[in-house]
Design a protein around this ligand. Structure first.
Ligand code: ATP
Ligand code: MG
Length: 259
């Protein structure tokens, strides 16, 4: 059965899309079958994978039952993706009168459960039906954070959202951990924020993950050239090493039944 991991933080620009695409790539390197679902109307993951958005079935069509996941999945060079297009920005209005509006993604992904080992959900920074559907469909969440002064604001919003989702919809939703992204160990400001993070993680019922993602030009190059971080010269970047370590940890802990 596929494990569904949402990559979420209600603060923008913390590395949700980067984590989603690179973790999906790193899990594939370990021989896992992975589906990436782009739940963000900004379509950054879709763009990074070089997926089509014109005249194709996208997540919006799946959530509004105009298409199926099977119809929507595209097999790109970087991996399998259910893409998004700009229409997703109107999903809240589209489903406003729909009784099952919070469960559309969970229902849709049920049919994929035997075909993939992992389903990774890239989510938007703002709270709306796309994020709520992702958190209800997910078994667990990874929270990418950057060590800046405003890092903690997004976390308190996310904690509240996760609390509500657990209370009303998905009581077993687990936070796998906070993932420090673009981490520069020598920066004083980073150190200050990083020192606070274990306590904050504990208050959210989780931990700061040991694996930290260092920044690298490889990430930006792979995104700009629309290829996997693990192909070409970017495969040797520090971020690639770190994402491989993250994938390894996830797979090992799943094997040990810890997650
Ligand atoms: N480890 C990294 N090394 C270098 N650049 C990075 C790294 N992680 C993220 N970035 C860059 O930081 C920017 C923000 O990253 P990303 O788009 O993944 O964040 P996001 O949380 O998905 O943003 P949004 O909230 O808008 O969806 C991007 O330009 C990305 O290339
Ligand atoms: Mg993003």
């Amino acid at each position: 059965m596929a494990k569904i991991i949402a990559i979420a933080n209600q603060k923008g620009g913390t590395g949700k899309t980067t984590t989603s695409t690179c973790l999906a790539g790193a899990l594939q390197l370990l021989g896992k079958k992975v589906l990436l679902v782009d739940c963000d109307a900004q379509c950054n993951a879709t763009d990074t994978y070089g997926a089509q958005t014109e005249d194709v079935c996208t997540l919006f069509d799946v959530m509004t039952r105009q298409g199926t996941v099977e119809e929507g999945i595209q097999h790109c060079e970087a991996g399998d993706i259910l893409p998004s297009d700009n229409a997703l920005k109107d999903i809240d209005e589209q489903l406003v009168r729909d009784m099952g509006k919070n469960f559309r993604l969970r229902e849709a992904l049920e049919s994929m459960s035997e075909q993939y080992n992992y389903i990774v959900l890239d989510t938007p920074p703002q709270l709306g039906l796309a994020l709520v559907n992702a958190l209800i469909a997910a078994n667990s969440i990874i929270v990418p954070i950057t060590a800046d002064r405003y890092a903690l604001a997004g976390l308190s919003q996310l904690s509240q959202t996760i609390g509500d989702v657990r209370r009303y919809f998905n009581p077993t939703l687990k936070i796998e951990g906070l993932l420090l992204n673009q981490y520069k160990s020598r920066e004083n400001l980073s150190k200050e924020v990083v020192e606070q993070l274990p306590v904050i993680a504990q208050s959210m019922g989780t931990t700061l993950l040991d694996v930290k993602i260092r920044p690298s030009m490889g990430v930006r190059k792979a995104q700009a050239e629309r290829h996997s971080l693990f192909s070409d010269d970017t495969a040797k970047s520090t971020s690639a090493e770190d994402f491989k370590a993250l994938a390894q940890k996830i797979v090992e802990e799943d094997k040990n039944g810890k997650l």
